[in-house]
Design a protein around this ligand. Structure first.
Ligand SMILES: Cc1cc2nc3c(=O)[nH]c(=O)nc-3n(C[C@H](O)[C@H](O)[C@H](O)COP(=O)(O)OP(=O)(O)OC[C@H]3O[C@@H](n4cnc5c(N)ncnc54)[C@H](O)[C@@H]3O)c2cc1C
Length: 403
């Protein structure tokens, strides 16, 4: 269903853009099954930045008035909002990571209910079908993700963290912010006390009668948690690399060297971009690793990003065999680099990896510089409270983007 290349993402965008206006607004909540075309299916491309949010919104705005495609544009900004919110509340990510490990160690992942749920053997026909769809395709419709998470937490009584981990391991678009915070939202943690309860009538209506599960929970008591610490400031936007020879290291959060370097002319008369490399490791998503479907998609997406680096550098990027700091260091030494530039990795496993890398490079006098997309830099500070005040800012954010 999803070919891991920028060309395939652009083709999907071209096909979908004409319906991104009133048709999307009217039909987007329906899940008619894997051959659906009422939603864009762009998330695996956006998540790896094979396509950028800016170009997707730009193409859609060329074909529709803002009023007509506002809903679609808002959905793209949900992704930005979740990332900006997690950036300011990294403790949520730390707790989630800790809980997934502890629940695993405590043997909860071995409980019969959990094993049955992830094998598609709950006896709830809709849940079981969705598990198979997720395992086979690496994708679920948004409404289905909401029903799935709600049934997982409130009908099956399973820990939300294990459900989030299951999604994260199997979704091609698996994203630390969108996934973790959406699960928290369903469970009543994100908007404190407000839960999402899936009902058979809603499922039947929006799956057009494909499913009408019985025995679902009829109430959803919000989970409570320790209060979160005060919001953390967002890290400074970007810095300029120093040194004559600069290398760019792509990773799975951002695989488009061309638009990144166009946005950041970070090499001036004293510094020159002389090499590009890329590495990715989706297994860092979970103690249980990522699914084969996700591994294959990510590896091919990385190859695609590396091949396209030809347009920026005049030769393809080198794909590193692993993400170990020592491997990056070896590449930096072989290219005689003074500085390695990486696209900013938001809170999540890649950010953790970049922190480890920075320490190792520094010990060998190679600097690590992160550059952030302007899209994120201007929007994230507004993701401090709920989505609704953030949404009010969207027209202004678009103007700042020249859209
Ligand atoms: C429990 C749960 C877990 C989720 N996990 C992820 C995840 O790991 N990664 C992920 O990208 N999305 C996640 N989502 C959000 C959403 O379900 C997907 O982004 C969407 O289904 C992708 O399909 P699409 O590209 O056809 O979306 P479209 O409806 O065509 O929307 C266009 C784009 O807007 C963004 N978008 C749309 N809805 C949302 C949303 N609710 N939150 C954030 N961004 C959105 C996506 O980038 C998407 O590609 C999750 C939602 C829930 C309820």
């Amino acid at each position: 269903m999803f070919t891991p290349s920028r060309a395939a993402g652009l083709e999907a965008l071209t096909l979908f853009a004409p319906s991104a206006g009133t048709v999307y607004t009217r039909d987007r909540n329906h899940d008619t099954g894997p051959s659906r075309d009422n939603v864009s299916g762009l998330s695996p491309y956006l998540r790896h930045r094979l396509l950028t949010e800016r170009e997707v919104v730009s193409v859609v705005l060329e074909q529709h008035r803002f009023g007509a495609c506002e809903k679609f544009v808002q959905e793209v900004f949900w992704r930005t909002y979740w990332k900006g919110w997690l950036e300011q509340n990294p403790e949520v990510w730390r707790r989630y990571r800790r809980d997934v490990v502890e629940l695993g160690l405590a043997g909860d992942t071995g409980s019969g209910d959990y094993r049955e749920a992830i094998a598609g053997l709950t006896g709830i026909d809709a849940m079981d079908a969705w598990v198979h769809e997720l395992l086979d395709t690496g994708y679920l419709h948004n409404h289905t993700r909401m029903w799935f998470a709600s049934i997982w937490v409130f009908t099956l009584g399973l820990p939300w963290q294990l459900g989030a981990d299951f999604f994260y391991r199997h979704l091609l678009d698996g994203d630390a912010a969108s996934n973790t915070l959406s699960w928290r939202w369903v469970a009543g943690l994100q908007t404190a006390g407000k839960t999402y309860l899936a009902t058979a009538s809603n499922i039947s209506r929006y799956t057009e009668g494909r499913f009408s599960p019985s025995g679902l929970a009829t109430s959803a008591r919000a989970i409570v948690e320790e209060p979160l610490p005060t919001r953390a400031p967002i890290a400074p936007a970007e810095s300029t690399p120093s040194g004559a020879r600069v290398g760019l290291l792509l990773h799975e959060e951002d695989l488009d060297a061309a638009s990144l370097s166009a946005e950041h002319p970070w090499f001036d008369s004293n510094s020159r971009l002389v090499a590009i490399a890329g590495s990715a490791d989706p297994d860092e998503r979970s103690p249980s690793g990522a699914s084969d479907v996700v591994r294959r998609f990510t590896a091919s997406a990385l190859d695609d990003g590396a091949t396209r680096a030809l347009d920026t550098l005049g030769r393809p990027a080198k794909v590193l065999p692993d993400t170990l700091p020592s491997t990056v260091l070896k590449w930096a030494e072989s290219e005689r680099l003074d500085a390695v530039v990486v696209p900013y990795a938001p809170v999540g496993p890649v950010q953790e990896r970049m922190l480890r890398l920075g320490a190792v490079l520094a010990s060998e006098a190679v600097t690590l510089t992160t550059v952030r997309r302007r899209w994120d830099t201007i929007a994230w500070p507004h993701a401090a409270r709920g989505f609704f005040p953030f949404r009010e800012r969207i027209p202004e954010l678009l103007r700042q983007q020249g859209l």
